[in-house]
Design a protein around this ligand. Structure first.
Ligand code: NAI
Ligand code: 15L
Length: 264
């Protein structure tokens, strides 16, 4: 176990539930948190219900942990108010608490939607300028820049993981390019928590899919090696999904349907 107490936010969500058992291998005590109710604490676990927008609650939540896996927040395109509360204020409260309590490493669940207005088929890397596809993607870009500030000023290392689509299986043709298995996500988080020098890093979170829009060569120091691939789902996904309409922005851009949602 590389860290004594590891905090995982967003524990009631899809990825939080999928990683909760897996992350116990990465620490002595796993502290899990969400604003929503969670499964009760098991051995070597602490369960803390807290709103990320509540600075005092987040300060108490972070005390005594050595690393953070930050899944908590709005995970889809939403109106500005919840994005502001959960993703902008929430991320700020978390990094302030990390600074105050001396936490030195964070794995931040960023998103492919930071880059959603690149075209499908274009290849982006860690140096490509952000092109968020909505308020959600914009809030993740803010989180990445916030992490950069806290690295440059305070030496808090962060892996900004631009997760593609992490679900049990790819749901549509787009996700054949963006899919990441839960086991690969855990491999990536483990690499981020254990690599000797992380710095402020941006890495795309996908499995080893034959079709990919992401170039992770600038993140090789993290040592992530995917072992799964969406390729095994390819024929089934093609069989059950319609021919794409090439005039549809959801088919043209990497962010898929997100590029069309919301007030923008
Ligand atoms: P999810 O929506 O299932 O889980 C997010 C959790 O955060 C929820 O349980 C929710 O209650 C909690 N949360 C929201 N606002 C909060 C607040 N103010 N205070 C405390 N907790 C709050 O999303 P999922 O799929 O589990 O994603 C986890 C993280 O990974 C999110 O940050 C999401 O943006 C990011 N991500 C996920 C992807 C995926 O494919 N599953 C792709 C890209 C990014
Ligand atoms: C995300 O950022 C979302 O959190 C997730 O629910 C998926 O929609 C994913 O991106 C995706 O782009 O497939």
């Amino acid at each position: 176990a590389s860290h004594h107490t590891l905090l995982m936010t967003g524990a009631a969500g899809g990825l939080g539930q999928a990683m909760r058992q897996r992350l116990k291998a990465n620490c002595s005590v796993l502290r899990v948190s969400d604003v929503s109710p969670m499964a009760p604490a098991q051995a070597d676990e602490e369960v803390v219900q807290a709103d990320l927008a509540d600075a005092a609650a987040v300060n108490a939540l972070v005390a005594g942990c050595q690393a953070i896996v930050h899944f908590g927040g709005v995970s889809t395109e939403q109106p500005w108010a919840p994005i502001l509360q959960s993703n902008i204020m929430g991320a700020y409260n978390l990094y302030e608490a990390a600074r105050i309590h001396g936490v030195k490493r964070v794995v931040f669940a960023s998103s492919n939607h930071v880059m959603g207005f690149y075209r499908q088929g274009e290849v982006v890397d860690a140096l490509s300028p952000p092109r968020p596809d909505g308020l959600y993607g914009l809030s993740k870009a803010f989180g990445e820049d916030l992490a950069r500030l806290y690295f440059d000023r305070y030496g808090i290392e962060t892996a900004c993981v631009r997760i593609g689509s992490s679900f049990p299986e790819p749901k549509d043709r787009r996700m054949l390019a963006t899919w990441m298995s839960y086991d690969d996500l855990h491999r990536l988080i483990t690499a981020c928590l254990t690599t000797p020098v992380l710095g402020h890093s941006i890495i795309y979170g996908t499995s080893d899919n034959s079709v990919s829009w992401y170039d992770n060569r600038l993140a090789r120091h993290i040592g992530y090696r995917p072992q799964d691939s969406s390729d095994v789902f390819r024929d089934a996904v093609y069989a059950r999904t319609p021919e794409p309409d090439l005039n549809d922005p959801a088919v043209q851009f990497q962010g898929g349907g997100f590029v069309k949602i919301g007030p923008l």
